[in-house]
Design a protein around this ligand. Structure first.
Ligand code: FES
Ligand SMILES: [Fe+2]
Length: 388
């Protein structure tokens, strides 16, 4: 950052009456060693012990063409999956891997299947329920039974308008994994909202740096003056971290109606919200890969795809209530511009963190007592990796 751009936190502007004490990080709390952000072996262990074991939010259900045979491909922890609607309308997830010699079955990212999936190599053919229906030249192979060779399934659920996938055969249920965060999300009724805009970002940063950046606002006065003007960085509450979620709130400043370029509402108020929810912004991370910014009148949701130890792709959507879209003067640009700018500020500083951690001079540093959620997230990570 250039010196001329440096900003000091405006400590004399604190709205002291609204600052609430939070659980503090312990005095000896330190950031993680560099290998957790750089080492391909740590990244591989994360995939095996986190991303393949937990439910991942893979995208909006509206991505999948309606009707039987509608499908899209999704990547989870480096694995290609087919998300396809069966003849019964049920959405199922299968590995995009032929059971004969392992060939990838589908290449087109989305489309409509005419009742089956056929491998392009030797024409093994699978039903939309995953069963192997046809396997040419296998009829004289001793002991071969088509029923023994279905497509390998992944667990698949739809909730909040999002497709969730868990690769591992065993693990927590989606409700168990989400814990109280699912209840906090419910009033926003995301399944009823419409995405009116989407941005995709490609970051040279580890996915955990993005999560950690999202889990504190001490940086807000420094890099997000537009956010700080509408929602003071020391307000709000942190919810206790659970096995699958990190959540917090921040209050809207007096006179601010939402987070937008002018602080005025962009959409119509979301109908499920009570009065307190209309005066605050909710921030939720459903681990390992969904980040949500919850406003009185819209939701921004970001799907993270951890591609490598130092590379993360992010897809962000801006969602509004149908009533907002019917307003003749509805114009989402004030919300889109606000969060696109804020996101880019966050992504940039996450990339700078990745760069600094890559230096031989990096050593774990001390957390602020207000960085309690980052410290809790680090404990969660070490616990999942078995590194405690
Ligand atoms: S590899 Fe798919 S049919 Fe042979
Ligand atoms: Fe930020």
């Amino acid at each position: 950052m250039k010196p001329a751009e440096r900003r000091e936190p405006p400590s004399r502007e604190r709205p002291d009456s609204r600052i609430r004490e939070r659980p503090a990080a312990p005095p000896d709390a330190r950031t993680l060693p560099a290998r957790y952000y750089r080492d391909p072996d740590v990244f591989r262990r994360e995939r095996n012990r986190i991303h393949r074991v937990l439910w991942n939010a893979v995208g909006p259900v509206s991505d999948i063409p309606a009707g039987p045979g509608g499908y899209r491909l999704a990547e989870v922890a480096g694995d290609s999956l087919i998300l396809a609607r069966g003849p019964d309308g049920v959405l199922r997830a299968f590995h995009n891997v032929c059971r004969h010699r392992g060939t990838r079955l589908l290449e087109e990212s989305a489309g409509c299947l005419a009742g089956s999936v056929q491998c392009g190599y030797h024409a093994w053919t699978y039903g939309l329920d995953g069963r192997l229906r046809r396997a040419p030249h296998m009829e004289r192979t001793p002991g071969f039974r088509a029923d023994d060779w279905p497509l390998l399934p992944a667990r698949c659920e739809v909730r909040d308008g999002i497709v969730w996938v868990r690769i591992a055969a065993s693990g927590p249920g989606l409700a168990e994994q989400s814990g109280p965060a699912a209840e906090r999300l419910r009033p926003y009724r995301m399944e009823e909202l419409t995405a009116v805009h989407e941005e995709r970002y490609d970051l040279a940063a580890n996915w955990k740096l993005v999560v950690q950046n999202f889990s504190e606002c001490l940086h807000c006065p420094v890099i997000h003056p537009q956010l700080q003007a509408l929602s003071h960085y020391l307000t709000g509450d942190n919810f206790p971290m659970t096995a699958g979620a990190v959540g917090s709130t921040m209050d809207l400043a007096h006179g601010a109606e939402t987070l937008s370029t002018d602080g005025r509402l962009v959409g119509t108020p979301l109908p499920g919200l009570d009065s307190p929810a209309r005066r605050r912004i909710g921030y939720e991370i459903l681990l390992p890969n969904l980040m949500l910014c919850l406003h009185p009148d819209y939701v921004v949701r970001c799907f993270l795809d951890a591609l490598a130890a130092d590379r993360t792709k992010i897809r962000c959507e801006w969602l509004f209530a149908p009533a907002a879209l019917e307003q003749p003067d509805f114009e989402p640009a004030r919300a889109v511009e606000f969060w696109d700018r804020t996101n880019r500020q966050d992504w940039r500083v996450s990339e700078l963190a990745q760069a600094g951690i890559g230096s031989s001079a990096y050593r774990p540093g001390p957390y602020s007592h207000r960085e309690d959620q980052l410290w809790a997230f680090d404990r969660w990570l070490l616990d999942r990796l078995g590194d405690t």
